[in-house]
Design a protein around this ligand. Structure first.
Ligand SMILES: N[C@@H](CCC(=O)N[C@@H](CS)C(=O)NCC(=O)O)C(=O)O
Length: 205
């Protein structure tokens, strides 16, 4: 059975939402970061990057990277409308998804959350964290413009919303930041979706 390797409160929550949107049976495998399981030989045999999310497909092959997993889920479940079908809609969705994963998450949030990954002098952490926070809030301002007069990023719900959801979760529930109005509304709408309610409950969030 398809298995999602996940860790609590990480970007894998976005993939978890997509698994629930699809509604097919799947298994969850917790990678316990508090025990360093992401770096264990057993997990690295499955995903040498030592990161979540990783999706083990029915044939045993593994997909990593949020965008690749999300695209595969959308393309292999066309009836679930997780991606616009026209070329322009598809490309705009990937453009948005990549901005969220590449810029909001990797280039901004990570500076705030993991200054130790960049600096050896902990006295310098606060400055880097402030830069990360500013970068993330600036990026959210652009997302906010995209959400003007629409509930979801592409109009209808898509894989890009699942990505935005995990970064909103971090900003609000971990960092306690205030989001721009449209992004805040998007997060509130996401929390009403059965897929989000179910995934939060399964992960104990
Ligand atoms: N570019 C990767 C990022 C994956 C990533 O950074 N995952 C984090 C959790 S949000 C992780 O597994 N970190 C492991 C660690 O910190 O040791 C993706 O798109 O999936």
């Amino acid at each position: 059975m398809t298995t999602l390797c996940y860790a609590k409160k990480t970007c894998s929550i976005g993939i978890h939402v997509l698994m629930e949107e699809i509604g097919k049976p799947y298994e969850l495998k917790l990678v316990d970061f508090s025990k360093g399981e992401q770096k264990s030989p057993e997990y690295k045999a499955l995903n040498p990057k030592g990161k979540v999310a990783a999706l083990v497909r029915d044939d045993g092959s593994v997909i990593t990277e949020f965008a690749a997993i999300a695209m595969w889920l959308a393309l292999s479940n066309p009836g679930k409308s997780l991606l616009p079908q026209d070329t322009e809609g598809m490309i705009r969705t990937i453009e948005t998804l990549d901005f969220i994963v590449g810029t909001v998450h990797m280039l901004s949030w990570r500076m705030w959350r993991r200054p130790d990954a960049y600096l050896s002098d902990s006295n310098a952490y606060a400055d880097l964290q402030l830069r990360g926070k500013k970068a993330m809030l600036n990026a959210f301002e652009l997302v906010d413009e995209q959400l003007e007069n629409r509930t979801y990023l592409m109009g209808d719900f898509s894989i890009a919303d699942a990505a935005l959801y995990y970064t909103e979760f971090w900003a609000v529930d971990i960092a306690g930041w205030d989001l721009p109005a449209n992004v805040k509304k998007h997060y509130e709408e996401m929390k009403k979706r059965p897929s989000v309610i179910a995934s939060r409950s399964l992960e104990g969030v």
